[in-house]
Design a protein around this ligand. Structure first.
Ligand SMILES: *[C@@H]1O[C@H](CO)[C@@H](O)[C@H](O)[C@H]1NC(C)=O
Length: 433
């Protein structure tokens, strides 16, 4: 755009006037200057208003605002940092790229891997779907334990290629995603961008890598959609998603099948059931219920049709982390190399839940006891915008494959969450988040 603006718009010959005519010269020059200034400003205005019409109308402006933020990466110092973070420090350790490392589950998984001596490199785009300062605080936490989070997007092919060039990751723990069920009506393209396009980009890099890493990634219990048969088993149908979020996760499972089939990538999908705990996501009910109860605001309690109970199989973060590590440790090697399949590779999908659904009203009662504040409950009908009334995981497959056994009940887990919440935000009377 700047190229279209004359670089010297005020270029005009300024006659050197005789000293005696200085006053008049001053006036005429001023008139000329004003004239050219108006022309110049006019040009700017014309270009400013014209330029948007030269690009297609942008329904994705919100999307582009939140993605592919160009941050600087590369250079010897940066590569050294990447290598150091990804360096394996225990015998038989793994070298894991954790995407979404500044996210709730990502932070906990990255920290756990680091603790046991695996090499861990994080990747996160720090988008503002929810308060990025919480992501920065998690980043600082990981930084202290020696995990570096590269700031970048999973859609950035050059960056991903560079990461694999600098370090040959044995595993990718892919937890980056656009989460949330209701936000999909506000910004549907962000789900396609992260959960489908981003996933494909990442899998392309993984299938080209030599050696190919094994990929463990976050699907979702929401793929069970409108199913009514409980508990949900991995073999149940998953073709009736109730939200675009669920549909993109289901698409991810099919895309995983394709990359496993064509390229021999080892792929494990994890269907998380309502994960909660310290450093959790502020868009989740247990989190904003805590905030709003402390602030004396009313909280919406949804009920299903005919005053039916809405219940969730709440799963504590430490149990989820154990499940993630179990899946990682039992992942077999990918069989392909250089983009070519050499043999059949592992393809798995696991429920990671708690097998103990709790009504949302009971969640609120526990929070009231822990916070010692009475909640202002506003009972409402569950809107038909993506939430399902009931989730309940059958976890026998994960138990059989890697001994997955959740041990934290909701009361115990919420106690730990509330302790963290009050420590992090205070008792909630001041400030907003
Ligand atoms: C749970 O799933 C397993 C298969 O993984 C199945 O054998 C078992 O019957 C299921 N349990 C229930 C209670 O549905």
């Amino acid at each position: 755009m700047n190229n279209n603006i004359p670089s010297t718009p005020g270029k005009f010959k300024m006659d050197k006037p005789p000293y005696i005519h200085r006053f008049r010269w001053h006036y005429s020059s001023l008139a000329k200057l004003t004239f050219w200034s108006v022309v110049f400003l006019g040009l700017i205005v014309v270009f400013f208003f014209k330029s948007p019409s030269t690009s297609p109308p942008s329904p994705n402006s919100d999307l582009s605002r939140r993605s592919l933020k160009t941050t600087s990466w590369g250079g010897p110092a940066w590569e050294k940092r990447v290598r150091s973070s990804a360096r394996i420090r225990s015998p038989n350790g793994l070298s894991v790229l954790v995407t979404g490392a500044a996210g709730f589950v990502g932070t906990h998984v990255a920290a756990a891997l680091k603790r046991r001596g695996d090499g861990v490199l994080g990747l996160d785009n720090f988008n503002d779907y929810y308060d990025p300062s919480l992501k920065r605080a998690r980043q600082a936490l990981l930084e202290r334990s020696g995990v570096y989070i590269v700031e970048g997007d999973i859609n950035d092919v050059a960056l991903l290629n560079k990461l694999f060039e600098v370090n040959p990751f044995t595993h990718v723990m892919h937890l980056a995603a656009q989460a949330g069920v209701r936000y999909a009506m506000e910004n549907p393209n962000s789900y396609v961008h992260s959960n489908i396009a981003g996933f494909v980009t990442l899998l392309e890099i993984c299938k080209n890598a030599n050696p190919q890493p094994a990929v463990i990634w976050a699907s979702s219990s929401s793929v069970y959609g409108l199913n009514t048969k409980v508990p949900f088993s991995e073999k149940d149908r998953t073709d009736q998603p109730a939200s675009l979020y669920a549909a993109t996760k289901k698409a991810g499972e099919e895309i995983a099948h394709t990359y496993n089939h064509i390229y021999g990538l080892s792929l494990t999908g994890l269907r998380f059931f309502t994960v909660y705990g310290p450093w959790g996501r502020p868009d989740m009910a247990y989190f904003f219920f805590t905030r709003d109860i402390l602030k004396g605001r009313s909280i919406p309690i949804f009920e299903a049709a005919n005053h039916g109970t809405v219940a969730r199989d709440f799963t504590y973060i430490d149990d989820i982390v154990k499940g993630c590590l179990g899946a990682l440790d039992t992942a077999e090697k990918s069989t392909g190399s250089g983009g070519k399949k050499k043999g059949d590779a592992q393809l798995r999908v696991f429920n990671l839940g708690n097998t103990s659904p709790v009504p949302v009203s009971e969640l609120v009662s526990i929070l009231e006891r822990l916070l010692k504040v009475k909640a202002k409950r506003k009972v409402m009908k569950l809107p038909r915008n993506g939430d399902v009334p009931f989730t309940h995981a059958n976890i026998s497959f994960a138990r059989r494959e890697f001994g997955y056994k959740p041990t934290t009940d909701l009361q115990t887990g919420l106690k730990k969450f509330v302790r963290w919440y009050v420590g992090y935000y205070g008792s909630g009377k001041k400030g907003d988040h």
